[in-house]
Design a protein around this ligand. Sequence first.
Ligand code: SF4
Length: 319
Amino acid sequence: MTEHDDRVSRALDAIRVHLRSEAEFGLEALSRAARSPAPVESRAVPPVEPRIEPRVEPRTETPADSRTAPPAAPARPVESPPPRPTPVAAAAAPRSDFVPRVAPLRERLGSADARAALDALEADVAACTRCKLHATRTCTVPGEGHANPDLLFIGEGPGEEEDRSGRPFVGRAGELLTKIIGAMGFSRETVHIANIVKCRPPGNRVPEPDEIAACQPYLTRQIELLKPKLICTLGLPATRTILGITQGIKAARGREFVWNGIPVIPTFHPAYLLRNPDDKPLVWQDAQTIVRRLIGLGATLPNPDALKKFKDPPPDAAP
Ligand code: SF4
């Protein structure tokens, strides 16, 4: 090693020591400034220090921010590359925590609000003794599904398995309804399923008028919270409860009625279909009517491929 090399080496050592000591004070800008000829500049930088911190924060949002944020600092262009790693890493942790939390919350806000209100309603139902059905129930069955659905199914009342599980339409009729919902391009999770009474009538009898009347405020509130684009009533008791009509289900099915501004299309109850499988094509026909109407109302099918099986899919809605 020549004498010159030795001098350079010692000078570099001195610079390293200096930089380390500056770094200990968190003066990353200074350390770069110190590379420039005058060490005096590094003294002048302390006022910049507070500026460095605010700059580092916005920078974690987008890499571009970090470049635009620091307005002044003389040594700025040189600053960006070297000392970044440490402060950025430190600031990135809280930021990356924060950003994902905010974005999904905003998207879910409507549903979260509706879900919270539905939870409160379900708690009321769980404690309800407004009619005699409370005395024989195992579980209340308020309904389940999406909190802001395009499509709401309303059936009659919980059966034995629903009473045991607290979930609507989980027996054989429920399995059939689930298949119908799937054929329509939806799933149980993307629609909502409810009943006109939330407790099981003993022996699966039809709910009595006083029971329906006692439970109706819950159903009305439920529909107001769910705000479906369309309601499909399943069977005569649900259809008459919602629409107040006197005609039979065979006359009403597949036709469009309106409840408080919401289109209502009745069809047969799946339990009826289990006993009368020859009428399944009629329900399929009603299901297609419902989907076409929903598309006309601006609904988006979660599974648009389902339309391929429609006898007469609407041309403008085909996938
Ligand atoms: S059926 Fe309805 S009104 Fe009757 S006890 Fe159950 S929740 Fe209350």
